[in-house]
Design a protein around this ligand. Structure first.
Ligand SMILES: [Zn+2]
Length: 132
């Protein structure tokens, strides 16, 4: 458990490498998730094509609802991937790990937990994170 009173330190080179590795792994996971979600959408669309939706008489009328849910999950995953892409581009910039709210270091612990964040704990808590 991080002590909130400890001032975060700027990232070391080693920490930066670890964060980049984490980001790449997380992006791969997000991409896999998105691929499988898109496959589900295709299957649900196919199912809907075979059996046109009939809200009143279709006893299996969950398909449209299911599809809407999977589509919204896919959109969510795709925006997570955008954030990860941004973070991956930023990770090699000298400004990476610097809080967009106060200009102080975000700290490795927080970046490790939330690699796409651009604000330190205090700024995020105060709603000063411009990306969230
Ligand atoms: Zn800050």
């Amino acid at each position: 458990v991080a002590d909130a009173a400890i001032t975060p330190e700027p990232l070391t080179a080693t920490e930066r490498v670890r964060l980049r590795t984490d980001l790449i792994a997380e992006r791969e996971r997000a991409e896999e998730r998105l691929t499988s979600l898109r496959r589900s959408i295709d299957e649900l669309v196919d199912a809907a094509d075979l059996e046109p939706p009939d809200d009143e008489h279709d006893p299996d009328g969950t398909t449209a609802y299911e599809r809407a849910q999977v589509i919204s999950l896919a959109q969510e995953t795709s925006s997570v991937m955008d954030e990860l892409d941004r973070a991956l581009k930023a990770v090699d910039e000298p400004t990476f790990g610097t809080c967009a709210g106060c200009g102080g270091p975000i700290g490795f612990d927080r970046l490790s937990a939330v690699p796409t964040t651009t604000a330190c704990v205090e700024c995020a808590a105060a709603g000063r994170d411009p990306t969230h």
